[in-house]
Every structure is written in C-alpha cells, then in structure tokens.
Design a protein around this ligand. Structure first.
Ligand code: BG6
Length: 492
C-alpha cells in the first residue's frame, strides 16, 4: 500500500482562482490530499483573481466545482466542509497595485508557513505577478512559485519569463510544472528503465528499430479556443509533455534521483535532438485540423465551429513528427510522435519496436514474423505489454503467433491512481523540484521547436483536414509508411 508522507503546513495562493484549471484540477487535487490528511489544518488555500468575491463567494464556487469534479464516493460531507473552511479569497489586480497589500497581510498572519504561489494565469502575467509579490514583501525563503505551461509561446518569450521570475526568486524556488511528470505511469518509466537491467541492455540502437509516442485525445478544444488557437498542438503538447516523455525514454541513467541529476540527463537529450531546419519542417512533420465527424458514436462539430468563427484558422489540432536523437545510443533510431484532439479515443502510449531477427530459421508458412514490441500504456488502462512470437500449440507443423506478456497496473495494484497534480502540489510544498522543468530544459525545448514553427510560418498552408473520430490526416500515416513502418495497430 502507498504511504502518505505528511507535508508541513502551507499557504497555497492560487492566481487565476476562478479559472478552469483551478476548479477542474487544483482544488480537487488539494481536496484528495486533505482527505488523506496529508497536510495540517493550519494550511490555507487562498484564491486570488480579479473577480469581486469574498471568502464565502469563493467557497461556493469551489464547492460547486468539487461536486462536479470529485467522484461522489470521495466527497464526504464533513471532510468537504473542513476543506472549504481552509479557503480564503483576495481580489488582486495582476497588472495593477490593487489588492496586493491585503493578500500579503493575510500571508503575514502565518509567517512560518511554506508559501506556494500557483500561477494558473496566462504566461504574460508570470513576470508581473512575481514582481509585485516581491515589491509588496510577499516572498520569503520558504516561498515557491509554480508556473503552469506554456512557459511563453516561443524561445524569446520563455526567456523573458524566466528572466523576470529569476530576478525575484532563485531557481530552487521556481517550479515549472508539466503535469505529465506527475502521472504515476510516467514516473514508472524511471522504474522500468533503471530498476530493470534486462531492459537497459536492450535500450539501444543495436536492438531498437524505432519508437512511437502517441498522445490521443477524444476531446476537442472545448471552451479553450481563445488560448488554443494561438497555441496549437505543437506548443500545447509537443514542446512540453511529449518532449518530456521522450527525455525519460531516451536519457542515460542519472547518478541519483536528485533534482539536478535527473534534469541534467533530460536536458542532454533535448540538446541532442537533431535540429529540423525550417525549410525541412514540412518533410518531418504533418499538421492536421479536425472537421466535423463522430467520436464515440456522437456527432461532433469541426474545429472552426468549436472556435465559434467562420474565418479560416491555420492552427493545428493534430501533429505528427519524426525526430532523431543524435547520440551513440540512439543513432539511426527514428522517434515518431503524434498527438491530436478529436481522435477516436483517449490514449497515451509508447511503443518500443525492436529489430526483427537478422535471419529466420522458420519456414515461410510458419506465419509472418512480427518484431518484439514493448508497449507502455500511460493512460487509461495503465500497464505494459511485451509482444513476442510463440509456437502455436498442436500438431500440423510449426506455426508461430504473436502473444503478449501483459501487466495491468490496475489489476496488480488495485487502487485509485492519484491525479498528477496531487503529487506535484505536495512536491512543491516539500521543495522537491525533481519532477519540474528546469529553466534550461524549457529553453532548450523551445530552441528545438522554433525552427519547425518558423518553417510552418514560411509555408502558411492550411493544416490537413481530418474527420473528428479518425486517427488524423492520412499524411501522418504516409509519413511513417514511407519509412516502411506503421503506427501501432492496437489503437485501431
Ligand atoms: C494540457 C493541454 O496540458 O494537457 C490540454 O493544455 C490537454 O490541451 C491536456 O487536453 C491533456 O492532459 P491529460 O492529463 O488529460 O492527458
């Protein structure tokens, strides 16, 4: 059974307190941690936003959100009432001077507490908020600031944010969150790779033919069109989540689990990514945008209707790309990444496809030999599956068939998987930055992404349409098939 390691008392100030992320993810995550008694009752959750609310008004919003986003069986009335009692609200003007003194004097009532400032706002506000916190005396040695992704929209804006935040806080107090790193199955990649030497021996270009990473979503852009249309799938998913998955898969063994030891190895992978120059971006990437179709048997509108605009948009809701890591371990091994909205189902998985036998001793009629594959399912139905060839039992000749060693984490561990934010919010209180992105990681990732964005801007073609409920544009299939490979079939 998992153990709950209590954290010290804290004040968690959430900027953007009335927004979607706070209501859908942060408050439910804190509720679960409270329910497990992971933090003391002297902790406070302080909402900060522009809306004119008082403590009770904020609590009413929070209660409605918790009733919606926490499963009914976990919502115990007495615990909910206690949790709401931890909440406060202060109106602050992120770009003005209003409200800051009130917020800081509330914090000053408990000077000993860890202060967690969670910036669930648009990234343009990260610098100004940190600056005001410093000016008004809201920061102390036990203060930590949490920055939600995206950190900027390109390298220059990311650097500017990092510079502005770095002016008021040292790196050890800055937590750039990528919630994928808080997922249990993503952390399990470290266990898989570095607690199982049998895999480490195979984790090499000598044995691996190629790697696929798929992060598919059923949902469309929902009510987030304003943000999403400026971002697109490359900025929203690849620059952060997918490159982080790639880092964990491709990195060398860190010397320990210390934050910098892990992050040093991850950043080496990012630095080793073979650049995709702007003029070649169209060769290694495919952009798509969904049109009306059906997901899960339900008709759904296209991207532009979701956006509420008839004007054409060049923003991609799907991207597939092929990349290489320039290192001895990975020389010649392509990594194929794809992610998109309005795909047939929500699934995140990694496929490691091993090389085929150099020579087959089996007769042709023994059936098509399939390469060994390791499939790591990150969500849902978390687990792992190792596919291998076996002899079909019975007489009548030697017939081979692919079978699988299957591990279901749900069956093995049989417990609720905590949401990524639960783990990460408690890590912030502990001051553990291992699962957060360091400044150079974010900037190196942008540095690699930027020529692709440039290449797309130089050839402003419309993204290829794909019907909602399909696996993206056919060009994405053609991209991998040109190399004599195919997207993993269990998805179909
Ligand atoms: C967010 C993206 O970071 O991750 C969203 O901004 C996306 O567009 C979400 O839907 C996916 O996260 P998860 O945990 O549902 O896979």
């Amino acid at each position: 059974m998992a153990r709950i390691l209590p954290v010290s008392s804290f004040d968690c100030v959430v900027f953007g307190a009335t927004g979607d992320l706070t209501m859908r993810k942060l408050l439910p995550a804190l509720y679960h941690r409270w329910r497990d008694r992971q933090f003391p009752a002297s902790s406070r959750i302080i909402g900060a936003a522009r809306s004119s609310l008082d403590d009770d008004g904020f609590r009413a919003h929070a209660e409605a959100a918790l009733r919606r986003f926490v499963p009914a069986e976990s919502l115990e009335p007495a615990i909910l009432a206690e949790f709401l009692g931890l909440m406060h609200y202060r109106r602050v003007e992120a770009l003005g001077e209003e409200g800051w003194d009130g917020l800081v004097s509330l914090l000053a009532e408990r000077p000993e507490q860890v202060r967690q400032f969670y910036l669930a706002t648009s990234p343009e506000l990260y610098g100004p908020i940190c600056q005001r916190l410093a000016q008004h005396g809201g920061l102390h040695q036990k203060s930590r600031v949490v920055l939600e992704k995206p950190i900027g929209h390109d390298l220059a804006s990311a650097r500017e944010i990092n510079r502005a935040v770095g002016k008021v806080l040292p790196e050890a107090q800055i937590f750039r969150i990528d919630h994928y790193l808080g997922k249990e199955t993503v952390q399990n990649l470290l266990a898989l790779r570095f607690a199982n030497p049998i895999f480490e021996r195979l984790w090499h270009a000598d044995m691996i033919d190629h790697v696929q990473i798929t992060v598919a979503e059923e949902v469309g852009i929902g009510g987030r069109g304003g943000y999403y249309d400026k971002a697109g799938a490359l900025r929203d998913m690849v620059q952060n989540h997918m490159l982080q998955l790639l880092c964990l898969l491709a990195m060398e063994s860190p010397i320990s689990l210390d934050p910098d030891a892990v992050r040093d190895e991850k950043v080496k992978v990012l630095r080793a990514l073979r650049p995709i120059p702007a003029h070649e971006a169209h060769l290694s990437t495919v952009r798509g945008q969904y049109i009306a179709g059906a997901v899960g048997g339900q008709p759904v509108p296209g991207y532009r209707s979701d956006l509420g605009s008839d004007a054409p948009s060049l923003t991609e809701s799907f991207v597939a790309l092929k990349l290489h890591v320039n290192s001895w371990r990975w020389a010649g091994v392509p990594f194929y990444l794809r992610t998109g909205k309005r795909l047939p189902r929500k699934v995140s998985e990694i496929i490691i496809e091993f090389r085929t036998p150099p020579f087959s001793i089996f007769p042709r009629e023994a059936v098509g030999m399939q390469p060994n594959r390791l499939m790591i399912r990150l969500q849902p139905e978390e687990g792992m599956r190792l596919e291998m060839m076996t002899k079909e039992p019975g007489p009548g000749g030697l017939h081979l068939r692919p079978t699988a060693l299957d591990i279901s984490f749900e069956k093995t561990f049989g417990q609720r998987y905590p949401d990524a934010y639960e783990r990460l919010l408690m890590d912030v209180v502990r001051g553990n930055t291992t699962l957060f992105m360091r400044r150079d990681e974010v900037e190196t990732a942008w540095n690699w992404i930027e020529p692709i964005l440039q290449g797309w801007a130089d050839r402003p073609e419309a993204p290829r349409p794909y019907a909602a409920g399909s696996w993206g544009p056919t060009a994405a299939i053609a991209m991998i098939e040109r190399d004599g490979r195919t997207w993993y079939e269990s998805l179909e």
